[in-house]
Design a protein around this ligand. Sequence first.
Ligand code: HEM
Length: 557
Amino acid sequence: MVVLKKRALLLAAVALSFSVKSLDPEYLLHGSVWQTTTAIFFSMLAVRFSWSCLLYPLCLSPLRHLPHPKQTSLLLGQFSRIIKEPTGYPHREWMEEIENDGLIYYRGLFNMERVMVTTPKALSEAVTLKSYDLIKPPTLTKGLARILGYGILLTEGQEHKNQRKNLTPAFSYRHVKDLYPVFWEQSRDMILGIDKDIESKPTTKDENEKQENSSEVNVDGWTSRATLDIIGVATIGKSFGAIEDDQSELYRTYQTLFKQDWQTRMIGLLNFFLPFWFLRALPIPRNVKVEKARVYLSKICFEMLAEKRSKIAAAKEKDKSDETAGGIDILSVAMQSGGFTDGQIVDQLLTFLAAGHETTATAMTWAVYVLGKHSDVQQKLRDELRASPLPDIRDTGAKVTAEQIEQLSYLHAVVNEVLRFYCPIPMTIRIAEKDVVLAGHLIPEGTTVLTPLIAANHNSAMWSEDPKVFNPERWMGPGRANTGGAESNYSNMTFSHGPRGCIGASFAKAEFACLLAAWVLGFETTLVDPDMETDVTGGIIRRIKGGLRVKVVQTKS
Ligand code: HEM
């Protein structure tokens, strides 16, 4: 359903009022053009609301005949459930319980229509074959572009195709393979940083813990800082020093941005009714913080670009034929492609810094939770790592290669299972840019289409062994290392697939494997509260609500 935009209604209201004024000013409300415009505008909004929130979805929409959940509220649809539960949980239940042939329909707040894609075939159509017919919602894009600019994550159509083509070489196996030593060094620095923290604890307060070389650790903080430093080395060729300094301005800035406070949620909700430029201009603390972050981040990205340019120039001075003069990091590859202006390169930097660190940090935090929850998994992992030729994790001179990590089949299995089971991005959202057919059904232009990633990952029709159980063994055995026993690629949706799937998937898995191996070699981990039930945050990334604290004991080499 295509509805008239508010701006078009406002223009129509202005035009009508001025027509009334020129034809017969007596009909103006209190003789005022502006009061008349306001009255016409709000009447039009009311008509639009009745049409798009009641009449069309309840009585006319062709989608209303698709399979759908029961107990829908007349005006709010499934909204109260969706807002209460973690992102993707209701969808997971519907996908399991409602008989369907690839699509399930439901209504959200004010009956806004939603279609979710549910079978491997329909998923392949939505994310691969027809991915360019389904665009990211402009309201979401505008909000994110404030911080990320229009890099590869937010552009559409031909512009996206060009950017993806120019950036893909930076994520090829050839490059990721060379990054393993970096992933290892940064993982080791994280372990040494935690060691330092443990040793600096006042002995008076925690005498027992100190003697055992143990301590309580705030996992989220360490994983975020480690992945930020890793993405620094991978994108610009140098670490941001966040592991060393938890007050680092860049780290603090991202912590502020990723925080989902009530003002962020309020802006998200109001964005259904009010234009983004208006919400953005509201003088509320959240807007002030985001604006400050935007200015700071784009300033340092321009500085990084300038620094890299002079480095390339100096290297070329020495050897004119050197094609990789600046290095093999993402920034150098983007610059060498010649396909980007300075502004576009800065947008890519902003994109990779944000998209490439909190996602992996979240996966790693879930992995540490798993170590505490499943002591058998922790022990088996430690046995495999200790039997391997990996160096002592506290050896600052040691180097690690891709081959050394890649041959560890149980490590690989735990990495895959954490990513499947805890799926850091639970759902992606699109709008049909034109009429499109999915699973044999016509989806009208303007319909919101959801890909419930976590629901696919947990769906019993798509996995041979119970997908609701955390079980790394499903990734072990002949032919299972990359499939987990699932028949289709589209059963495992953690990184999505197709032209808009995660460009950093191999990078993230390699980085995650190094972080996890380092942690298991460095510490024995138990949960502070062994009966801890994890409550999950809403929003784009699926984190542990309130963060994760564990007790670690330093291992002896
Ligand atoms: C465990 C870690 C990660 C997970 C679970 C993850 C997941 C995803 C998902 C599901 C998408 C698709 C989003 C959509 O369709 O709306 C995506 C896109 C993307 N990811 Fe990741 N990601 C991870 C790590 C990374 C890393 C490390 C990088 C960069 C180094 C990265 C860069 C990107 C970019 C640039 C896109 C947009 C691709 C495009 O539109 O062409 N991600 N990611």
